[in-house]
Write a new protein. Structure first.
Length: 523
């Protein structure tokens, strides 16, 4: 086995790291940047662009440039999150055959898994150019609150990218591994991870080479993108008030506004005011129109204060799940670019009663932790024992639309649990097992991961047959379910294939398409 890379597949930016001489090292791309935009574009002549090349042409080719597609991966097309992305992004989101959101770029429709694989392939290429040898094995990180569907889609993306995914690990857990590298001190750590598209909070205990996740929580649709959109909405409203022009229908203007919003947000992390100047943003009967506005930090903080407060509510819930108080936490680690915002840092410091730890780079620490975990797996290193948890409860739908939990959230994985159910009708010969993930007692309000039918149950009065349902969650957080009639021994099982998960045939087809494109490119 060769080298193992650690990849932080981010909503806004991605990062790759590898172990060099016993130390984790972040690998810069060809431009010298240690992070690469998670962007993909198709030009008018069919050329595919990734990373900085895609970002540089996003304004003039906004309709065919994808950003933040991680927010769609593993979701249903008719979910509120998909609807919001489709409404606000310049690219076209369409319904896929698996009821999953897909993205139309020119004449071709791409799955979100495929787009993730293109970004992963770029990170693989960056690593191979740096270390001078082919790379096959990788550890890839995901938000802690990703459900089974989102995790499977990420693993599929790695496979399409030509990677053997040794492990899918949670981003806050990876950050904690990086923080704990070389430390023997026993500590309780809170990892506050606010990235481009997701928010996670994990409480971990570190000591004697054991890293145990005590509790985790989050929101897979809350991040820096939402801060940017608040600024864009503010600019649009102000411009409409002053010029009487609504910029929402102009995709090029929207992309320029988004870029300006992101830059203004970054500027306001180090200064009190910034100027947003966009010449020729629109046209009117009197000629070209320009946008020139000043934005100050206080205005921005007022716009996004409720988002930051929302993250603190999640922090409070996770601490209660861990049966701890803010004072029980020894160190607070900030992860994700959005944590550079002073308002975020102040809110976290106020809640925990201590300033966050400053010894890690919030953009790089997750990839570093993934590389460390990869090295431990490669050498079967027993000095690092990682005990992670499942972020959401798992169970099945029962009679009357109820949700029967078999595995509670924050249960250490890998784990196997089983429970015995029965029939609801006389002489019932089959039962449908509907596998759900979520926290509502109402089955319809939780995510449907998959379903299968156990048939061949012996005829008997209702309530008499015993159907044993077993759940398995592996170290990647991926779910398998089986059901067995204890009387006849008949058994049926599935590895849950949830929304957006591609079949082996689809994966093979996409791999062939990507290889064919690369061959044509070299001619």
């Amino acid at each position: 086995m060769g080298r193992v890379i650690g990849i932080d597949l981010g909503t806004t930016n991605s990062c790759v790291a590898v172990m060099e001489n016993g130390q984790p090292t972040v690998i810069p791309n060809a431009g010298g940047y240690k992070t690469t935009p998670s962007m993909f574009a198709v030009t008018a002549d069919g050329k595919r662009l990734v990373g900085h090349l895609a970002k540089r042409q996003a304004i003039t080719n906004s309709r065919n440039t994808v950003h933040a597609s991680k927010r769609l991966i593993g979701r249903r097309f008719d979910s509120p999150e998909t609807e919001q992305v489709a409404k606000l992004c310049p690219y076209e989101v369409v319904r896929g055959p698996n009821d999953d959101p897909r993205i139309r770029l020119g004449e071709k429709i791409f799955t979100c898994t495929e787009i993730a694989s293109i970004v992963l392939r770029e990170m693989k290429r960056v690593a191979e150019e740096a270390i001078g040898e082919p790379v096959r094995d990788a550890v890839i990180t995901v938000p802690a609150h990703f459900n089974d569907s989102q995790r499977q889609c990420t693993k599929d993306a790695g496979k399409i990218a030509g990677l053997e995914v040794l492990r899918i690990i949670n981003e806050p857990t990876a950050a904690a591994i990086a923080y704990g590298f070389g430390k023997r001190k026993e500590e309780k750590i809170a990892v506050y991870d606010l990235g481009g598209g997701t928010f996670d909070l994990s409480i971990l205990e570190l000591g004697s080479g054991v890293l145990e996740v005590l509790a985790t929580g989050g929101n897979t649709f809350l991040g820096g993108e939402d801060f940017d959109r608040r600024i864009v909405a503010h600019l649009i409203d102000r411009y409409r008030e002053t010029e009487g022009i609504d910029l929402r229908a102009d995709s090029m203007a929207l992309q320029r506004l988004k870029d300006a919003a992101e830059k203004a947000k970054c500027d306001l992390s180090v200064r009190d005011t910034t100027e947003i100047n966009l010449p020729f943003i629109a046209n009117s009967e009197s000629g070209p129109k320009h946008l020139n506005l000043e934005l100050d930090r206080a205005t921005l903080e007022a716009m996004v204060g409720d988002i930051v407060s929302g993250t603190i509510k999640i922090v409070d819930q996770v601490l209660r799940d861990a049966e701890l108080g803010p004072g029980d936490v020894d160190q607070v680690i900030l992860v994700g670019g959005q944590t550079r915002m002073p308002l975020v840092q102040d809110a976290v410091a106020e809640y925990f009663g201590k300033r966050p730890h400053k010894g890690v780079n919030p953009d790089e620490v997750v990839a570093v932790g993934a590389a460390l975990q990869g090295e431990a797996l490669l050498h079967e290193d027993k000095s690092l024992l990682l005990l992670d948890v499942t972020p959401l409860s798992l169970g099945i739908a029962t009679f009357g639309g109820h949700f029967a939990r078999l595995i509670e959230r924050n249960t250490t994985v890998p784990v196997r649990k089983q429970h015995t159910f029965t029939t609801t009708r006389d002489n019932q010969s089959a039962v449908k097992i509907r596998v759900l993930q979520g926290e509502s007692d109402n089955a319809a309000e939780n995510d449907l991961l998959g379903e299968f039918v156990l048939s061949g149950i012996r005829p008997a009065p209702k309530g008499e047959p015993a159907v044993e349902v077993s759940f398995d969650i592996d170290a990647n957080g991926i779910v398998s379910v089986s059901a067995r009639d204890t009387a006849t021994g008949k058994e049926q099982s599935i590895t849950v294939n949830a929304t957006g998960t591609l079949s082996d045939d689809e994966i093979h087809r996409i791999i062939e398409e990507q290889e064919l494109y690369e061959v044509q490119l070299k001619r």
